[in-house]
Design a binder for this molecule. Structure first.
Ligand SMILES: *Cc1c(COP(=O)(O)O)cnc(C)c1O
Length: 373
């Protein structure tokens, strides 16, 4: 029995052929038909107005902030319950942070809390330059409401859909609700290019981002630069893998839904609950999370240790940004919802290559862990 990882890469078959073809063409670096094709594929799949393939989701977040005009002295508000990348990106442009707590329906940024906080900020003349809303664990935030609130105050909305490619809210793709949106193709995401990301959204801003992402070289023969550039493009070889992965994304989403249903059925009688899925949207099922009931004596950390003894990789939920030592002192709107999820939340192996037998194995291991606790 092999180790069950949280979300390992799952190659579907066509990636290898595309990769070898790109290799044989000698277009192995940051320009080439696969990069152009991958961008076009993402536009077609998500309905985003334009796409720019980059070296990582973090690079995409950084460039999003740069082209949105965020700079030193500005404030950017970010979901507290998230992986740290969007908060890090804000520091790259010298802006300061404010974190916003989650609601309990999707676990994402609370639109009511955001609206109240923006109203106060507007009254005090300190509106943020941008809001980065994260779609957590493959489930979209209440994006229609977040977009409406941001529009009301003229604040740029950036959507971090790194974990949510293929998810929808109100029939529209996660990643396409803000002025700019971000996807990640890191190794543990629902599809991967080995490492990579995509910036989508406003075509004019994306043209500017495209220029900056290739060292801001002016279109002249000698090397001339009018702006500070970045080396953030995606290599053609990575894009070849990404195109094969994207073609299989609907099947991967369907499989992750089956795995989630398997967990819900297998764990139904235990004192825990699965992360709620709000029926206004369709998650991509990236990770299945459970929240341990109060009557369970174990904390998520101890649970991970016990599951590890059965070669099952599990992880606590993201540690909220407002509890991170590196962000000590950053002002935060609320925080209790994110803290409660972190205190009791556990991510289970959810890779699309898992068999039903693998799901049973995790269920059995978790059962045993809870009985030992
Ligand atoms: C993975 C992730 C990122 C970063 O993406 P990389 O491609 O690893 O740089 C950003 N935001 C969230 C919410 C993520 O989960």
């Amino acid at each position: 029995m092999g180790r069950l990882y949280l979300s390992p890469p799952d190659m579907s078959g066509s990636e290898r052929e595309r990769l070898v073809a790109a290799f044989d063409s000698n277009w192995i670096t940051t320009l080439g038909a696969e990069v152009d094709g991958f961008e076009a594929d993402v536009v077609e799949f998500t309905g985003a107005p334009a796409a720019l393939a980059l070296s990582s989701g973090t690079a995409a977040l950084h460039l999003a902030l740069v082209v949105a005009g965020v700079r030193t002295g500005d404030e950017v508000w970010v979901s507290s319950l998230t992986f740290a990348a969007p908060a890090f990106a804000v520091t790259y442009v010298g802006a300061s942070l404010r974190f916003v707590d989650s609601e309990t329906e999707t676990w994402n940024m609370d639109p009511d809390l955001l609206a109240d906080a923006l109203e106060r900020a507007a009254a005090e003349g300190r509106l943020p330059a941008a809001v980065i809303v994260v779609d957590l664990y493959g489930q979209a935030a209440q994006l229609d409401r977040i977009a409406e609130v941001c529009a009301r105050y003229g604040v740029t909305m950036i959507e971090d859909a790194a974990e949510a490619l293929g998810a929808t809210w109100s029939g529209r793709h996660a990643g396409t609700w803000g002025r700019l949106g971000v996807y990640s193709f890191n190794g543990n995401k629902i599809i991967t290019t080995g490492g990579g990301g995509m910036l989508v959204g406003d075509p004019e801003l994306l043209e500017r981002a495209r220029h900056l992402s290739q060292q801001a070289r002016e279109p002249v023969l000698h090397y001339e630069h009018r702006s500070v550039g970045f080396n953030y493009r995606m290599p053609n070889l990575s894009a070849a893998i990404g195109r094969g992965q994207l073609a299989d994304l609907p099947a991967k989403i369907a499989r992750r839904h089956e795995i989630n249903a398997g967990y819900r059925a297998g764990l139904a009688d235990l004192p825990l609950e699965c992360m709620p899925w709000d029926d206004r949207g369709v998650p991509n099922g990236w990770l299945t999370l459970v929240v341990l009931g109060d009557e369970v004596d174990l904390d998520p950390h101890r649970c991970c240790v016990l599951l590890d003894e059965h070669d099952v990789e599990a992880r606590p939920a993201w540690k909220p940004m407002h509890l991170q030592p590196v962000f000590e002192g950053v002002p935060t709107e609320g925080g209790a919802v994110a803290e409660a999820i972190f205190d009791r939340g556990l991510c289970l192996p959810s890779g699309s290559a898992m068999t039903d037998g693998d799901v049973d194995r995790v269920v059995a291991a978790l059962r045993l862990a809870l009985s030992q606790g």
